[in-house]
Design a protein around this ligand. Sequence first.
Ligand SMILES: Nc1ncnc2c1ncn2[C@@H]1O[C@H](COP(=O)(O)OP(=O)(O)OP(=O)(O)O)[C@@H](O)[C@H]1O
Ligand SMILES: [Mg+2]
Length: 239
Amino acid sequence: MGSLLDVRDLHAWIGRFHILQGVSFTVPAGETTVLLGRNGAGKTTTLRAIMGLVGVRQGSVRLAGQELAGRRPYEIAQLGIGYVPEDRGIFRFLTVEENLRVAERSRGALKARQDLIYGLFPDLARFRQRKAGHLSGGQQQMLAIARALVDDNRLLLIDEPTKGLAPIVVQHLTETLAEIARHVTVLLVEQNFAMAARLGRTCVVIDAGRVVHIGPMDELAASPELQQRWLGVGQQKAS
Ligand SMILES: Nc1ncnc2c1ncn2[C@@H]1O[C@H](COP(=O)(O)OP(=O)(O)OP(=O)(O)O)[C@@H](O)[C@H]1O
Ligand SMILES: [Mg+2]
């Protein structure tokens, strides 16, 4: 299969800071690609730049051959990209169901996919009338991901879904994401190495706004030496 997303020489500026300095990589269709890198490397900025959410960007981002550069964030979303931001982007004062409903881009989308969504996330089904702010951290993350599934997206961009979650919740979320990834192409930013290794087929490592390594995830997972070289860490404990 060819690549679904093709990022080429992407630059991004935040204020006067030149954050992304020519990022290039591809996301093969039907696979999960993991974006790795130390804190402040530019992972979130890469996802935001793909979505058109950074002030100034330059370079090319193609989704199935279609150029996204210059388009507004809502247009980019409409082309079939679901974005799950680092801060989750859910509405705390709306119920679970309302959060899903406001995620609809086309009428009837939720109705068509709610069985799938509530099947993947039984907790959300149970608490569908509960305010999102009253859910646990793990449930809030599930809701954030569920919102990206309401529409029939071709690609999901998911930013650090395990952040701040307990190991048992991470394990559960990993298995659910593995199930989701069977049906949709995913670009995942994840610092939890065990999750990244379980889900990713290819990894892209960025540092200081540049790509420093692209290779098979299992190769990186098997080699503490490569981890040390590209991520500055030894073999991390699976959690
Ligand atoms: N609003 C901002 N103003 C100034 N600098 C910013 C802003 N947002 C991000 N940066 C800088 O851009 C760089 C990349 O940030 P980014 O959030 O993309 O990193 P990240 O790889 O997602 O890090 P983390 O692992 O901590 O989430 C960092 O050096 C950060 O300090
Ligand atoms: Mg980040």
